[in-house]
Ligand binder design. Structure first.
Ligand SMILES: *[C@@H]1O[C@H](CO)[C@@H](O)[C@H](O)[C@H]1NC(C)=O
Ligand SMILES: *[C@@H]1O[C@H](CO)[C@@H](O)[C@H](O)[C@H]1NC(C)=O
Ligand SMILES: *[C@@H]1O[C@H](CO)[C@@H](O)[C@H](O)[C@H]1NC(C)=O
Ligand SMILES: [Ca+2]
Length: 230
């Protein structure tokens, strides 16, 4: 117990020091809350006809994997719409584009205490959508063909906003660790997605969200995990 407290003390101190830049570190959401979140500032507007969104996640399964819980993994919301949301809910991981009710559901293995590399790819021209879990691709689904993701929203980790950066719900909050959130404005090749967590990334630079370079704003009780835990 003592060592846990000491560790938390160290992490909390670092939170203060590391304000204003994630720079390859992790974000740890230690418990359910309605006010802890991180806003990410994209490198360019999310005006998208295709994307690859990747992140690395571990969760508290006692909270997040419970049957009836909906847990937000990634939220991009404009004033009027849930424009691009990723959830783990009721035994599925799901993608929603401009909807909070009609998603694409995937019965992939649920998140666990160990870190999972999770990517989702979508392209408008075909509607082809897939989740990639630790480099393994799910079956494809056709979802939202000819749709365009619109700019003008806010990217939020840790909470599901029901209004523009607001109306959070503790029961939908993320509990666990998130890192390596990267987004490209096209669908990467399978080989590249399989290599996404490599220290030495050989693929194209993430041009929408770039975990190493983008600005972020940490709110509430979110611990910035030092790089040595990578
Ligand atoms: C999750 O997936 C199962 C089986 O794939 C399905 O029966 C269930 O309705 C899905 N849950 C939601 C919320 O769509
Ligand atoms: C999408 O656009 C293509 C080309 O215009 C068309 O053939 C197709 O039916 C459209 N799909 C949907 C779901 O609207
Ligand atoms: C993926 O990693 C393997 C092994 O390190 C490497 O040989 C390959 O060139 C990489 N592929 C891409 C597309 O980065
Ligand atoms: Ca909500």
């Amino acid at each position: 117990m003592k060592s846990v407290l000491v560790l938390l003390g160290v992490l909390l101190t670092l939170t203060a020091v590391c304000e204003g830049g994630v720079n390859g570190k992790g974000l740890f959401f230690p418990n359910p809350s309605a006010d802890s979140f991180v806003q990410l500032f994209p490198l360019k507007p999310l005006n998208l006809e295709a994307f690859t969104l990747c992140m690395r996640l571990s969760v508290d399964p006692n909270v997040v994997d419970s049957e009836e819980r909906e847990t937000i993994l990634f939220a991009y919301r404009t004033k009027d719409h849930d424009e691009l949301n990723v959830w783990q809910e009721k035994g599925n991981i799901s993608l929603y584009l401009r909807s909070s009710s009609e998603g694409a559901f995937y019965a992939v293995p649920l998140l666990s205490i160990f870190r999972t590399d999770l990517c989702v790819t979508w392209e408008s021209s075909t509607g082809l959508t897939a989740f990639w879990v630790d480099g393994r691709r799910s079956t494809l689904q056709v979802y939202r063909q000819n749709h365009t993701v619109q700019s003008g929203g806010a990217v939020i980790l840790g909470q599901d906003p029901d209004s523009f950066v607001g109306k959070f719900d503790e029961d939908q909050s993320f509990v666990g660790e998130i890192s390596d959130v990267n987004m490209w404005d096209h669908v990467l090749m399978g080989d590249q997605i399989r290599n996404f967590s490599d220290e030495l990334w050989l693929g194209p630079e993430p041009n929408v969200l770039n975990w190493d370079t983008m600005q972020d704003e940490v709110n509430g009780n979110v611990l910035v995990v030092p790089k040595k835990y990578n």
